[in-house]
Design a binder for this molecule. Sequence first.
Ligand code: S3P
Length: 443
Amino acid sequence: MYSISSENTPKLSGEILVPGDKSISHRALILGSMVNGRIEIKNLLESEDVIATANALKTLGVTIKKFKNKWEICGQGIGSFSGSNYLLNMGNSGTAARLLMGVVAGSDVEATFTGDESLSKRPMRRVILPLLKTGAMFKEPDKDTLPITLRGNKIPLPLTYQSPVSSAQIKSCILLSGLSSLGKTTVIEPSLSRDHTERMLKFLGANVETTQLQDMSWKISVQGLPELKPLNINVPSDPSSAAFPIVSAIITPNSKIKVKNICVNKLRMGLFETLVEMGANIEVSNKREINGELIADISSSSSDLKGVKVPKSRVPSMIDEFPILSIAAAKASGNTVMEGVEELRYKETDRIKAICDGLQKSGVETIDDKDTMVVKGMGSNKFIEGGVEIHSKLDHRIAMSFLSLGLTSKKPIIVNDTETINSSFPNFLGVMNELGARLKYVN
Ligand code: S3P
């Protein structure tokens, strides 16, 4: 188990690339295995979470190989998986588990899903309930957590499902299962969650419709049995990983950095909108499109921030960014109020608790109140004390957030059990140190 120490850093500067987007990488592998033919994927995120998806697909019989910097997948068409007694280990990844349950539910397959200590505590009923309605059978249908054994159908029932939460994992699970049904599958969600599944399906030739309903909720439908074309996919860089160097430069004095080729899909931009409202110097340049996704370069520099209220409606577009926003908030003057963030309790750890505990230990006041979190910012002129050890709680984003905070705290911050960073940003330490950060492994 490795710990990393983060020390006060005089400045961050330079241009970097961060790895491929995690959500798009999972989907490229999954949909790549369902196209009719062979495709190549460039810039796939080679992190533990994504490799869990690749390994599960290989277990189900898909040929996936890496050649130099490209991944090749031999797609077998929709509904082609079959067999039973598969054991699929999803590691730390909720996305891998929930999306692949959708794939198995739409196939003539019986499989048992397992995961690590963190994933084995996360709720799965949110996908079990809709999948039961498509005809999928669960060994223990009342269970909420992994391990879970599921038998799918080659031709699942088409479904219209009103999801109580805006979750791209729930939505994608249902849409993926619906790909092998004979009719139209529809998901209705309160706010629109990230739409990478829909965009990639459209790019590959499927018929996907997204409409806003009168009550402001969103309806997303896919027509079953599309012919998916074998088109190559270039994965843009992950805005959720870029968030760490971008915020680090904002809170570290004398800094200016640029992160290139980031996916700037507007359903992922909530953190950047919030940072701009807080007064951060952020510039987006060189906008362009690759395989149905918008990408751009993002620059940031040292800024004096003020606390803001983050509206509940923005939560889905920054669901993974609250840990690093809280670090920016700790350096802002005044309170940052984050309402409607209860979903954070069901991530790799209870993130509201992990953020509040870690910040308080580091000398920053916070409030943890049901679905609201408040960070009482110290202002950019006051030093945060630091000099503490923070446990990652097997949550990559908690680990990287507190390492960012250590760059501006008076005394170093040590984060324990940092291997978890490999689930989304394997070269985090190298990339940050290339910019001038003082991060190092300690025993
Ligand atoms: C993801 C969706 C989000 C996010 C996760 C990746 C995805 O979860 O937290 O890291 O790739 O679909 P929810 O949409 O379930 O909140």
